[in-house]
Structure formats: structure tokens, C-alpha cells
Ligand binder design. Structure first.
Ligand code: FE
Length: 193
């Protein structure tokens, strides 16, 4: 294996270890841990035949919850941890915008879907509805039009729908090791000298 490949694989393994270690203990107002939620989200992405970068985005979309180290019940403190921006910025060391943009936009996608899909809000969990209030609330028409025009808006909306679905207790899904080759395939190509 080339040394650049080895470094990349090591980076991916470290990311998965972080998710495994901290995601098992971390909850975010739902009945399942962040690790279980992340694995379910990635599973739904793969079932939908998403590309490696999009499955990677699904698996890692909530890593910002783990990184910022704030309490899982942050919504009740009335603060917005901005986990989507924290996660996207952190992951940009290894992944390009095909991975980081759907993650950065997945909270905005919830606000967008509330504005554009009349059935959507009834499918949200209570924690998700509560957190939306501190995330800016339902988008205005102008905000929704601007969101729609973003290059990765469609992928962010797909990710959001898997995210909302991925809150099922006791669902059997593949473990983190299943995603090692997928994350490796999604790594950004090393800069050419
Ligand atoms: Fe999520």
C-alpha cells in the first residue's frame, strides 16, 4: 500500500473510532444513541443506492454533536450548538464538498422541508421540532428559494429524510466496519504536487 493510502486509511479508522467511542454514550433527545442513529442513516443511504460520498455524509452527519462536547440536551438550554457547521468544518480536512456540504446543510434542509412539504413537519420527532426553534424556525419563501439554488441542496434534502427516519429502536443494521471501504473511497484525492 502507498504511504498516502495508508495515512488516509488511518484517518478514516480514527474517525470511525471517534464515532464508536463517543457516539455510543451520546444521545441527542432521541431514544437511540448518536452511533445507532448514524449507522441507521448510513444504512438508509446505502439502501437508496447513494454514492460513497453521500453514504459517508449520512454516516458522519452528526459528528459535530460529538466534537463540540456540549450536553446532548442542548436544545433545552436555548443555545444552538451549530453541530452541522462544526462537523462539516472538521471533516473538510479529509473530504471535499460532496461530503461536507450535505452535512453543513442538513439542518437548513429541515427548515426548508417544513416550508415546502406540508406533510413533513408531522413526521418530525419532538426533539427535532424543538431544536428547530433555535435553528431559525421554518424558512421563509425567500429563504427556501435561496436554499433550492444551492449546488448540494438536493443531496442535503435526501440526507435529511434519512436522518429523520433513522431513529428506530432495535433496528439491526451493519456496523461501522462495513463503512471503512466506503469512507476510503470517498476521501478527497491527495493534492498533486
Ligand atoms: Fe441526525
Amino acid at each position: 500500500m502507498q504511504s498516502a493510502d495508508m495515512t488516509a486509511t488511518k484517518n478514516v479508522q480514527e474517525l470511525l473510532e471517534l464515532l464508536s467511542r463517543k457516539g455510543q454514550e451520546a444521545y441527542f433527545g432521541e431514544q437511540i444513541s448518536i452511533l445507532e442513529h448514524s449507522l441507521q442513516c448510513a444504512y438508509f443511504a446505502e439502501q437508496s443506492h447513494a454514492s460513497a460520498p453521500v453514504i459517508t455524509a449520512a454516516l458522519l452527519h452528526d459528528i459535530g454533536h460529538i466534537l463540540h462536547g456540549l450536553a446532548e440536551d442542548i436544545a433545552q438550554y436555548g443555545k444552538d450548538g451549530r453541530h452541522e457547521a462544526i462537523g462539516a468544518a472538521y471533516l473538510s480536512h479529509w473530504f471535499d464538498e460532496g461530503v461536507t456540504e450535505p452535512i453543513r446543510l442538513h439542518v437548513a434542509a429541515k427548515r426548508y422541508l417544513c416550508a415546502t412539504d406540508s406533510n413533513y413537519i408531522s413526521q418530525l420527532s419532538p426533539a427535532s421540532i424543538e431544536s428547530m426553534q433555535i435553528q431559525g424556525g421554518i424558512m421563509s419563501r425567500e429563504e427556501a428559494i435561496a436554499f433550492d439554488a444551492l449546488p448540494n441542496a438536493r443531496l442535503a434534502v435526501l440526507l435529511r429524510r434519512w436522518d429523520d427516519e433513522a431513529k428506530i429502536q432495535h433496528l439491526k443494521v451493519p456496523g461501522l466496519e462495513h463503512y471503512l471501504p466506503i469512507l476510503s473511497a470517498a476521501l478527497q484525492a491527495p493534492a498533486t504536487p
